[in-house]
Design a protein around this ligand. Structure first.
Ligand code: DQQ
Length: 463
């Protein structure tokens, strides 16, 4: 959005498509219109959260990348601001302002990002409200990949402080090889020395390009999060040790196994928590996106933690509870297209335990979120979510092994066309559904005999 468009939207909220489009999420963050992808530059500064994001001001399709911008006091309710960064003709970002991060250096918000094409790393300094931006005169600060390395990608800088040094991790992939993260060091932010790979995919299945790296401490470990591109497209994490400026990977897992959450960014919030946002993509045709006038949204914020066994734990931000309406404690009373469920099952193995959401009045259209104890699989079945075969329709599953006597603890966030599922804090699945009718509001419990606890809340719009 240009400043003028933004002011027009703010002055005339009735122009927003949100209330008239029954598929448009109400409590997830997305711009008033057009395309959004990766979260960028997440930072808490002077009492406000800043969320920047990859944005195409020209329509609901990827291209011409700008940085959109919003602020929030709590990461739940956001205020749209004018587009922050646009490509500057003749500069290193003439063809796009790709992903990056924001750090506070000597009190100054400092943005690190990739300009294209070719891919180079650049710096921008911002004012205190992050509304005025000044490109560093020495850009690009890294103008090409390391000498002697033949790479397929060189983007998405992630920066942290290490004693007197600044460190930068850059997403990459080797030609005829696998994904890797390149590690750089600087003492003044202007000059960067390539050290070596911070980490590298051991197998092609873990991605031939690693995009959007995040490297951060958590409890007693270090954590690497990357978005693996080809042959799969999925964000992964590894917990492990950081020694000699190399990451020694231990436990591995998926950040999300639903197929629609990608390019997550992790940052330290105002309470010192490591918080993750991810881009939730669409599962419908580009023509349908363009007709809707919007595409892509941000995941709910997830607070990260570490289990005793060294797995990453992911929980929805507790502050999201401020969106809850009156509690519904009897499943037969729940209906709608926008709610949170917190439930516990004692899965028996005899039949899957879970829920059918957005069930049509005749019962034929439905989306099933369920857990199969025999197979130890959590799944989302979208084969009957909508009548149209143009929407992606499948069954996706992820492995969730419960310890003896451990119940299935499940949180489900439904927001019209978005479903985010958290199970036992260990696995997440994000999915998209496109029911043809706003009347698909039915709800059913599957294997009700195994249900131990149930609470649900209609969710208010995050405005
Ligand atoms: N999206 C950005 C890139 C990044 C990719 C471009 C990941 O910087 O690698 O929009 O979705």
């Amino acid at each position: 959005m240009t400043r003028r468009e933004c002011l027009a939207v703010l002055a005339a909220p009735k122009l927003l498509a949100s209330e008239s489009d029954p598929l448009r999420p109400r409590y997830h963050f997305l711009p008033p219109k057009n395309w959004m992808n990766d979260p960028n530059g997440l930072v808490y500064h002077k009492g406000l959260y800043h969320l920047f994001y990859q944005y195409n001001p020209n329509g609901a399709y990827w291209g011409d990348m700008h940085w959109g911008h919003a602020t929030s006091p709590d990461m739940v309710r956001w205020t749209h601001l004018p587009v922050a960064l646009a490509p500057v003709p003749g500069s290193p970002d003439k063809d796009g302002v790709f992903s990056g991060c924001c750090r506070i250096h000597d009190g100054v918000p400092t943005i690190f990002y990739t300009g294209v094409w070719p891919e180079t790393q650049n710096i921008i300094l911002a004012n205190d409200s992050l509304t005025a931006f000044q490109r560093f005169p020495g850009n690009p600060v890294i103008s090409r990949p390391p000498e002697g390395l033949s790479v397929t990608a060189f983007r998405d800088p992630n920066v942290w402080r290490e004693g007197a040094d600044w460190m930068m991790a850059i997403g990459s992939g080797l030609k005829d090889g696998n994904g890797l993260v390149l590690l750089y060091r600087s003492t003044d932010l202007a000059h960067w020395e390539y050290l070596h790979p911070l980490a590298q995919a051991a197998r092609t299945e873990d991605g031939v390009i690693w995009e959007c790296p995040n490297f951060f401490p958590l409890g007693t470990k270090s954590v690497l999060v990357v978005s693996a591109d080809h042959p799969i497209r999925k964000p992964f994490y590894w917990t492990g040790r950081y020694e000699g400026r190399r990451f020694l990977a231990g436990k591995m897992g998926a950040i999300d196994d639903g197929g629609y959450c990608y390019a997550p960014q992790v940052f330290v919030d105002g309470k010192g928590r490591q918080v993750l946002f991810g881009w939730i993509s669409e599962g419908r045709t580009v023509a349908a996106q363009k007709a809707a006038g919007w595409a892509g949204l941000q995941s709910l914020p997830r607070v990260l933690d570490l289990s005793e066994a060294g797995e990453l734990l992911m929980r929805p931000l507790p502050e999201l509870a401020s969106l809850r309406g009156a509690e519904v404690s009897a499943p037969e009373k729940l209906q709608g297209d926008s709610y949170e469920i917190a439930a516990e099952f004692a899965p028996t193995g005899a039949a899957p335990s879970g829920f059918a959401l957005r069930v049509s009045p005749n019962g034929k259209q439905r989306t099933v979120v369920s857990y199969n104890a025999w197979q130890a699989l959590l799944g989302i079945d979208r084969t009957q979510s909508s009548l149209s075969r143009d929407n992606e329709q499948d069954i996706r599953t992820t492995r969730l092994v419960l310890a003896a006597g451990e119940p299935l603890r499940i949180r489900v966030f439904l927001d019209r066309s978005v479903i985010e599922v958290f199970a036992n804090d260990r696995v997440c699945m994000t999915s998209r559904i496109y029911p043809e009718s706003g009347a698909y509001t039915g709800f059913e419990v599957m294997n009700a005999a195994s249900l131990r606890r149930f609470r649900a809340w209609p969710m208010h719009a995050a405005v």
